[in-house]
Design a protein around this ligand. Structure first.
Ligand SMILES: [Zn+2]
Length: 416
């Protein structure tokens, strides 16, 4: 996308494009799911990780907001990890001082917003932690690329909170490609099946002729490279789960004239939240909360759900509504096309609660095959089209909305 933009802006006809590989052999990528952790607990976990795994080694922590930078810096210092903040509201002298102290190993960690980037020239960065996910995959790759420039092993860990996706989308949806960018980031985070490095290569249109080994969490757990058992992930038919979600959304919109945020939708799906917002026919979610979040994330990327933004004097709120692909669900009294996502086996139950009673319906689990042919077959069955741009980057088009990954290609992230 960037190369095409630059070519168009410069209006160079028939130019020769030289690209280096995006593969960095010495970097290890991982995503850790931290939904259950409170802010302080996540900071404590980071302190523990830094002290245990990276004692005396240099690193970076990226946050979404200046407030977060200040809070995390304070927590790291309180936990015995010397850290300094770096963000746009600091004077240029303060920023220079922080950089120099970090560069000369007087402090171990710089905690920064995206403002910390240009001109970093430290080769011995051993870890890059993301307290919050980045606004785009380009940003994430660039930020993690500051690790291990000396060629020695370095670690890139992203701490994923489902709710952070909507914090970022509320900030960036007015930007050019803003939503597309955060959904690409989200697709990477929730994809537990494909090698992380391969996902990076695919995203940037790089050729893939590498061996990851166990240098990403997906490969280490048997999910990556497509030659393991997917970390015992199974492909689950979630079509009726999607119908349940649509039922909740329709009931709240038409009977109560209300809109739901994503956390509220999740609460209702699990039989919690305001009683009057629950449809009588509510079918309580049969999955774990993490698996349910994965399903919702995939549905958002695939256009079955979409975000609608509402401005208040103090903030922007993201609401969830039926997306452009949801028409596929409406036909002949039932869904026409199966929707399948990769989930851990424990989340695929043969029993499902309905109105407090157990019912045996809705058990549909199939063994997986994520070959390109299978992906294409499933995508086309669901009226999605897989296409390649001139850089060979795969895209899924859902009724005009571009996303980066196939619908069949997302799984639950579990804690290491
Ligand atoms: Zn891998």
């Amino acid at each position: 996308m960037v190369i095409e933009d630059v070519k168009n802006i410069l209006n160079i006809k028939g130019c020769y494009v030289l690209k280096d590989s995006f593969f960095r052999d010495n970097l290890r990528y991982a995503v850790e799911r931290v939904d259950e952790l409170k802010k302080e607990e996540l900071a404590e976990r980071m302190v523990g990780t830094i002290r245990r795994r990276f004692p005396g080694q240099s690193g970076l922590v990226y946050c979404l907001s200046i407030k977060e930078v200040e809070e995390v810096t304070e927590k790291l210092n309180a936990g015995g990890v010397k850290a300094m903040p770096y963000h746009a509201q600091l004077s240029s002298e303060a920023r220079k001082r922080a950089y120099l102290r970090w560069f000369t190993d007087q402090v171990q960690v710089i905690v920064a917003t995206v403002a910390f980037g240009m001109g970093i020239n430290k080769n011995s960065v051993r870890f890059v932690l993301h307290y919050t996910l980045s606004k785009s995959f380009e940003n994430y790759y660039q930020e993690t690329g500051r690790a291990g420039r000396d060629g020695r092993p370095a670690h890139c860990i992203l701490y994923l909170k489902f709710a952070d996706v909507f914090r970022v989308s509320s900030l960036t949806f007015t930007e050019r490609h803003g939503l597309q960018n955060i959904y690409a980031m989200m697709a990477y985070c929730f994809n537990r099946r494909t090698c992380r490095k391969r996902q990076i290569a695919d995203y940037f249109g790089d050729s893939w002729a590498h061996q990851c080994g166990d240098r990403c969490d997906n490969c280490a757990s048997g999910g990556g490279e497509g030659d393991g058992d997917g970390g015992q992930l199974v492909e689950v038919d979630v079509t009726e789960d999607v119908a349940d979600l649509m039922n909740i959304l329709a009931f709240v919109a038409t009977r109560q004239d209300r809109k739901l945020t994503f956390p509220k939708l999740m609460d209702l799906w699990f039989g919690k939240g305001e009683k009057r917002l629950r449809p009588e026919s509510l079918v309580i979610c049969r999955h774990s909360r993490e698996a349910a979040q994965t399903i919702v994330a995939c549905l958002l990327v695939d256009g079955y759900l979409k975000e609608e933004f509402h401005f208040t004097p103090y903030s922007t709120i993201s609401y969830v509504t039926a997306g452009p692909s949801s028409w596929l669900m409406k036909g002949g009294g039932g869904p026409q096309q199966p929707i399948r996502y990769w989930l851990p086996p424990s989340s695929s139950s043969t029993t499902k609660k309905s109105g407090g009673k157990q019912s045996a319906k809705r058990a549909s689990t199939t063994e997986g095959d994520d070959s390109p042919e299978q992906m294409e077959a499933v995508a086309s069955k669901r009226k999605l089209t897989l296409k390649s741009d001139d850089q060979g980057k795969s895209k899924v088009t859902t009724n005009g909305e571009n996303t980066q990954k196939s619908a069949v290609d997302y799984e639950l992230i579990t804690l290491e």
